[in-house]
Design a protein around this ligand. Structure first.
Ligand code: CA
Length: 232
């Protein structure tokens, strides 16, 4: 069965012809597709009735795609593919750390878009599996008690380490920058450096290793940041 079968995809795109072509391709692959043509309608729809994935055009009448993506990330981790009109734009967008999962540049082939949608839905399915069940990844976070267990054994984390791990484990496989992780660290906005993140991460990894020799579910991505990616 296709990864798209029965999934709900929201297309936010103000060019009706383009939106219709995308819709037809995705529907042919088994998706249920909704179209939104005005930026102001996107966030209310995303809140009210979140789809499984959103294709989000950058330039829209009303609220632009950039703002929509940023605000969406305040309340949701659902997969976002950003559509831009210029390839140079992608570097700038990446730098802004909007939290989009993938970027596609116009003009694109609808087939390519369907392939990307399929790939992203598959990845997010894996993350959900990873995040959803401690039996599958072995990580259990008790947010009330600030207690973490790894494969049944207590991980002796400080509150700061707990918050870091929680932020990473919330979206398995998704790379978070040091700046993003820094935001999770201190609620009182103490001035800390990127190096602080590195040293906390080092401690968390050491504690995983101490709890179970050879386990290292936190991966560092050189020059970018970290991700939580346990062996499934
Ligand atoms: Ca547009």
């Amino acid at each position: 069965m296709s990864q798209i079968q029965g999934k709900r995809v929201l297309i936010v795109e103000d060019e009706p012809k383009l939106a219709a072509v995308l819709r037809d391709y995705l529907v042919a692959d088994g998706a249920n597709v909704d179209l939104i043509g005005h930026g102001d309608d996107a966030l209310p729809a995303l809140r009210l009735n979140p789809p499984d994935l959103v294709l989000l055009d950058l330039m829209l009448p009303g609220t632009d795609g950039l703002t929509i993506c940023k605000e969406l990330r305040q309340f949701s981790t659902l997969p976002v593919i950003m559509i831009t009109a210029r390839v140079e734009e992608i570097d700038r967008l990446l730098g802004l750390e909007l939290g989009a999962d993938d970027y596609i540049c116009k003009p694109f082939s609808p087939r390519e878009v369907v392939a990307r949608v399929r790939a992203l839905l598959r990845r997010s399915h894996d993350w959900q599996r990873a995040a959803g069940s401690s039996a599958q990844t072995g990580l259990d976070l008790d947010e009330d008690r600030y207690e973490a267990h790894w494969r049944g054994r207590r991980l002796d984390l400080t509150p700061v380490e707990f918050r870091l791990l929680k932020a990473l484990a919330h979206r398995p496989g998704h790379v978070m920058s040091r700046a993003q992780l820094l935001e999770q660290l201190y609620v009182d906005h103490r001035v800390v450096s990127d190096r602080t993140v590195d040293s906390h991460i080092k401690n968390v990894r050491r504690k995983f290793e101490e709890t179970e020799a050879g386990s290292d579910p936190i991966k560092s991505i050189y020059g970018v940041g970290y991700k939580y990616e346990p062996e499934l």
